[in-house]
Ligand binder design. Structure first.
Ligand code: UD1
Length: 431
């Protein structure tokens, strides 16, 4: 397995360009299933979750061509519903969006239980509730979720008693071609929900209200092709911002939508970091005095749960105590055991942690428990004294494009080490 080796202690300086957003690209790519014409999607991040999803579409019969490393041309005219392979679907959470898209186009779907980060229970009950409200029947068979309809999908009013990004995406996908009007109440308001709606409307859909908690979808008879560019990844941007706060230095994150980063910027300012906001960039400057803060995660526009581990790592280097309340997922503090190996003082109780920052932190062998936990390990290692060896970095590669090169360009002592011995074994096995 590959590893990342980091010798910490260098402050970060310079500019870093942010890639397209993973969690926007996944639903937009799945939305192509609804369309018999060709779509070109630009600014997709060349990360493993996107590669896996494109492999799933290809294996289902879609014509998928990479035009550049960031642009893909997709035609789903000949896609076969229910043919997504189990082993690929189980690798990522975003494969659940195939359910809504297949159901919307073909009136039926079958997908293996989706994978994704292990951060607590991730049920699909709200997705199923929405599909059933549109007239579908949902069941499980041989590990696959099976969805059928007796006749056709009919628009309906759906209230979610919990805000869910995935259920909002799947309801939009299933209702775009349904008969009549669908209203989603208590919808997720994340920027990636807006990106999906803007993309679908560019293809001829009729969706209003995305970005608010009530979304109205008037079914249309078909979609047409379009060319669309994915929004920048606010979580990737936030990760670099938190890293600069932890290590010290001054970095400009470029190609971002600053509005999407408001909750992150406000919390960094509260922790004593200078933030300068431009039209499509944010400069983060350390004042050398990082202080503890309180933080509660929540749906957008709240503080993103996907930034909680990175902020916790950063707050290990702050003077005083920090209080972290995780309100979205039930098991998102597993990474704290790894930080404790480095000397961090963190007490976890249920969905709450208290970090007493400022104790000396030293490098250690660190396991990346999931995608954002892996990003937290990078931040902790960059800001600690000594050398850390990060293992299971495939979890980081699911969501961060060239993370080692990007941090190295900011002055970090970080390198990706390929496991030559296993590469040699594989090569000799194939000769
Ligand atoms: C998406 C993101 C993930 C992010 C999360 C919250 C993708 C591919 N993943 O995950 O990175 O951390 O949003 O911003 O975009 N829930 C239910 N029943 C359901 C669905 C969800 O109880 O049917 C619960 C979940 O267990 C969780 C909460 O609702 O406690 C929010 O989950 P949700 O917004 O659906 O997250 P995902 O779409 O899985």
């Amino acid at each position: 397995m590959d590893k990342i080796i980091i010798s910490g202690g260098n402050p970060l300086y310079g500019n870093v360009s942010i890639s397209g957003m993973k969690n926007a690209a996944l639903p937009v790519i799945c939305a192509c299933i609804l369309n018999k014409e060709t779509c070109i999607i630009d600014n997709i991040p060349p990360i493993s979750d996107i590669e896996t999803l494109l492999m799933i579409l290809s294996s289902m019969g879609a014509d998928v061509k990479m035009l550049t490393k960031n642009s893909v041309q997709i035609n789903c005219r000949n896609i076969i519903p229910g043919s997504s392979p189990n082993e690929l679907a189980s690798k990522l959470r975003g494969s659940s969006y195939i359910l809504g898209a297949e159901l919307g186009r073909f009136g039926k779907s079958s997908v293996y239980s989706p994978g994704g980060c292990s951060i607590g229970p991730r049920p699909l009950d709200l997705h199923m509730k929405a599909f059933e409200a549109l007239g579908a029947h949902c069941s499980h068979r041989n590990g696959r979720i099976e969805i059928t309809t007796d006749s056709y999908l009919k628009g309906n009013s759906i209230f979610f008693d919990k805000v869910s990004v995935g259920a909002t995406v799947n309801t939009i996908l299933a209702s775009v071609l349904a008969d009549g009007v669908t209203i989603i109440d208590n919808a997720a308001r994340e920027p990636h929900i807006v990106d999906l709606a803007v993309f679908l409307n560019a293809c001829g859909a009729n969706i209003i209200g995305a970005g608010t908690s009530v979304i109205k979808i008037k079914g249309v008879s078909k979609l047409h092709g379009c060319r669309y560019s994915i929004i920048p990844d606010m979580i990737e941007a936030g990760t670099y911002m938190a890293a600069v706060a932890a290590t010290g230095g001054k970095v400009t994150v470029r190609n971002v939508i600053p509005k999407h980063l408001e909750a992150i910027s406000i919390k960094l300012e509260e922790a004593g970091v200078n933030i300068i906001t431009g039209s499509d960039y944010i400069t983060v400057e350390s004042t050398g005095k990082l202080k503890g803060i309180s933080l509660t995660t929540g749906p957008y526009p709240g503080f993103a749960t996907d930034m909680q581990p990175q902020f916790s790592a950063m707050l290990c280097f702050a003077e005083g105590a920090s209080d972290i309340h995780e309100q979205v997922f039930d098991n998102r503090f597993q990474y704290t055991d790894e930080l404790a190996k480095m000397g961090a003082d963190i007490k976890v109780s249920a969905n709450h942690s208290i970090i007493r920052g400022g104790s000396p932190m030293t490098g250690a062998p660190l396991v990346c428990r999931d995608l954002r936990a892996g990003a937290a390990m990078v931040i902790a290692a960059l800001a600690s004294e000594g050398t850390s060896e990060l293992l299971e970095i495939d979890k980081i590669e699911r969501g961060y494009y060239k993370i080692t090169e990007k941090f190295a360009s900011l002055g970090a002592d970080i390198k990706l080490v390929s496991d030559i011995s296993s590469a040699q074994i594989n090569r000799s096995a194939s000769i």
